[in-house]
Ligand binder design. Structure first.
Ligand code: BDP
Length: 741
């Protein structure tokens, strides 16, 4: 009898051989080894976050045993670059999670197994009808009989579907879920990351180092990170990446750079990721030497056609363009008195023969300072509904202003029924504490997706616009501004990875709950220990509301520091444009605070469906979380709690600080339960977050108190500095500042 015990550990020697010894000795040694392994397991699993949520480690013995009884080996039916990626991933994951015995089989005939493949394989073609009802790139995981053996199959109708299925299968194992029959397919088609990365490797609103695209060394030097980036995205269903900043540089469209773009596209292709670029509208002038970029000028049209044909010679499956036009100084069709539709359609026409698309952003504001900036996108785009070509999507930020901790949903959702609408979220935390604050955005994304637009009956959620079901659109997607950089852990804050993860998971399926996504992420990234899972998910789920409270409670917005948007700045005034100041947005005076967007004010509410308008227009029925977004409210107005508005505001700021203190103490309780480096890192960041939450509370309350002239209610801590002190703070080198163009 072979006398060995095989235990999967993340250490070099995973096989421990026992020599001839008595049973008692054996038991003692066994206990000792287990004890040592437990210690080593906790202490040796140090990780630096580079592996993201793809960090495989040994499953608890009983869980591994359960899986091993159903999985003796695995087999891949396809042969393709994508199949090789699946093979690598399984080889990377299964031996660690389940032990070396669960290995690749030469043929699928011998034992209980998992078969990965597509319905093109004769072995799996019988499942084609089951996959037929699923959207492209969906997959099924199913228990079935293969050559007489009860087995699991992971099948897509495409190679990409198989890849997504394989990652999902591993996710089930990694999170300790029971294997059961699953059908899954993406609810949106273009699941795209927008990188605001410049060619000099700075990242606009980036807080995790420099751009991961090493343009200078491309295409000859291929950073291994490119593969890891693609792998991480594929694991959560992201299938598109816009490599360059929306504040675009035309150089990216020149041959010198297109070679570099090609190198990246070639790497990403087998992972099912298409490459897109930002198109600078004035490129025909800047690199084409034409006198104009007028979209109706024939020479301009010809130039773009030739340029686009050229791009496809480098990247045959090039996805298309994202365009920011006539916004914040970017050139666009309005420079030539043409509309956004004229501009978008010109590019769409040239992309069409190649199946490329245009993602045309609705984040616009022109040179005239508007009465209410939140109305501008709707005013410019709503009249263009039905005028865009079918391969154009209008890309709309989640709220009508600009990625605030909380905004009502953007009124363009649902109001352009004949146009494909692509929502844009900001995964990078420009207004959300940079990469210093723990701010889990799952609840924020979901709040927008679940918001009821009432545009088509009583149940018309934004998600119905996004997945195309509300107006029967085939072109669908979800865009997120990436929070990725060269920091070893990719996103700066160890927990900021969860926002990238949540974005991908929700773009795939907006029905998932932020809590379940957080739990998956914690289990895959930190630990399956129930205490860790429940504590970290509670911290994550509390974090969004905490930040709203200590930054912009009750509907306040855009009172961050000037330009860099770091820290509080409700006093910001006297800037080149009124709508670049905080006082424009909060409108505090001796009577009250808030922006009146009701019928008696800017009437931004007219842009919403009547049912929404009715609820929001009346300060008595307007949800308090949006109160100061839509109303100018008296300081002594009675709130639902019975407190005055002033007292309520004070309590919200205090509550924000208290929640961060609670988050910190909860995190401390996990010492020794998760890897020490990650624990220490997050712990230090939470200390900064607590300090900054107090800074927000103190400075905002001192500032608004000048207008309310009311005392702080009991239980709200007084500031330890003067308002002048807070106003004097300057941060000329805060990260992520946009370059001056
Ligand atoms: C704002 C950012 C700015 C971006 C702009 C955009 O401050 O850096 O260029 O959004 O989305 O929030 O175009």
């Amino acid at each position: 009898m072979r006398n060995y015990f095989h235990y999967p550990v993340p250490l070099k020697s995973s096989i421990i051989v026992f020599s001839r010894v008595s049973n008692h000795q054996k038991q003692l040694r066994f206990a000792l080894v287990c004890f040592l392994l437990t210690i080593l397991h906790v202490n040796c699993e140090a990780h630096d976050g580079y592996d993201l949520w793809l960090r495989y480690s040994p499953l608890p013995a009983s869980t591994a045993d359960t899986y091993r009884s159903a999985i003796k080996g695995w087999f891949i039916t396809s042969q393709s670059p994508t199949a090789n990626i699946v093979r690598d991933e399984l080889n990377r994951a299964l031996p660690v999670m389940l032990g070396n015995r669960v290995a690749e089989l030469r043929s699928p005939t011998t034992q209980q197994q998992v078969v990965f493949g597509t319905t093109q394989s004769p072995l799996l073609s019988g499942l084609a009808s089951e996959l037929a009802g699923l959207a492209a790139d969906g997959f099924i995981i199913k228990s079935t009989t293969v050559y007489g053996k009860r087995s699991w199959v992971v099948v897509g109708s495409t190679e990409q579907g198989m890849l997504y299925g394989a990652f999902h299968f591993l996710r089930l194992l990694r999170t300790g879920n029971n294997l059961s029959d699953i059908k899954s397919s993406p609810r949106t088609k273009v699941r795209v990351l927008n990188h605001w990365d410049n060619l000099d490797r700075t990242v606009e609103r980036g807080y995790a180092g420099f751009s991961i695209w090493d343009w200078h060394k491309l295409p000859d030097y291929i950073d291994p990170r490119y593969y890891d980036y693609a792998r991480a995205n594929a694991s959560i269903g992201i299938n598109a990446t816009v490599l360059t900043n929306v504040n675009a540089n035309a150089l990216i469209l020149t041959p010198q750079y297109l070679q570099k773009v090609k190198a990246l596209a070639d790497i990403f292709r087998p992972y099912g990721i298409k490459v897109y670029l930002t198109a600078r509208f004035s490129a025909p002038i800047e690199i084409g030497k034409l006198p104009t970029a007028d979209p109706l000028d024939e020479k301009v049209q010809q130039w773009w056609r030739a340029k686009i044909d050229e791009i496809y010679t480098y990247v045959p499956d090039f996805g298309g363009f994202t365009v920011k036009a006539n916004s914040e100084g970017q050139p666009g069709p309005q420079n030539y008195e043409r509309t956004h539709a004229d501009g978008a359609n010109m590019l769409a026409q040239a992309l069409k023969p190649h199946n490329g698309i245009v993602m045309w952003r609705a984040f616009v504001y022109d040179n005239k300072v508007p009465v209410d900036r939140t109305k501008q996108a709707y005013n410019e785009f709503k009249p263009l509904d039905g005028k865009f070509l079918p391969n154009v999507m209008v890309q709309v930020k989640n709220g009508p202003l600009d990625f605030q901790p909380r905004e009502p949903f953007h009124p363009l959702f649902g109001s352009m029924p004949s146009t494909a609408i692509l929502p844009e979220f900001q995964i990078t935390q420009e207004y959300l504490g940079f990469a210093t604050h723990l701010f889990y955005q799952g609840p924020l994304f979901k709040e927008t997706l679940d918001a009821n637009t009432f545009v088509k009956g009583n149940s018309s959620p934004v998600s119905g616009v996004v997945d195309g079901s509300l107006f029967n659109h085939q072109m669908t997607g979800m865009a997120g501004v990436a929070n990725i950089g060269t920091d070893r852990n990719w996103c700066g804050h160890p927990v900021a990875q969860a926002n990238w993860y949540a974005f991908g998971r929700l773009a795939w399926d907006h029905q998932l709950s932020p809590l379940s996504i957080a739990e998956e992420w914690v289990r895959m990234t930190l630990s399956n220990d129930p205490q860790v899972v429940s504590t970290v998910t509670s911290i994550m789920m509390a974090s969004r509301e905490a930040a709203v409270n200590y930054m912009t409670p009750l509907g306040l917005h855009h009172i961050m520091g000037w330009d860099h948007h770091y820290g509080p700045g409700p006093w910001i005034s006297n800037k080149p444009r009124a709508d670049w100041t905080a006082v424009y947005y909060h409108r505090a005076d001796s009577l009250g605070v808030g922006f009146n967007r009701s019928q008696s004010g800017s009437n931004a509410l007219e842009q919403y469906a009547p049912q929404v308008r009715e609820i929001f227009n009346n300060p008595e029925t307007c949800p308090e979380q949006y109160l100061l977004w839509f109303h100018h409210v008296a300081w002594n107005k009675r709130m639902k709690s019975g407190r005055t508005l002033w007292d309520e505001m004070c309590y919200h700021y205090q509550q924000g600080v208290d929640t961060v203190a609670w988050m910190k103490s909860q995190w401390e309780s996990l010492s020794g339960k998760i890897d020490a480096d990650t624990h220490a890192h997050v712990s230090k960041l939470l200390a900064i977050q607590l300090k900054e939450a107090r800074w927000w509370r103190n400075s905002c309350l001192l500032y608004f108190q000048q207008f309310s002239r009311m005392p702080l209610p009991s239980g709200v801590e007084a500031a330890d500095q003067t308002l002048e002190y807070y106003e004097s703070l300057q941060f000329p080198y805060a990260p992520g500042i946009r370059p001056k163009w």
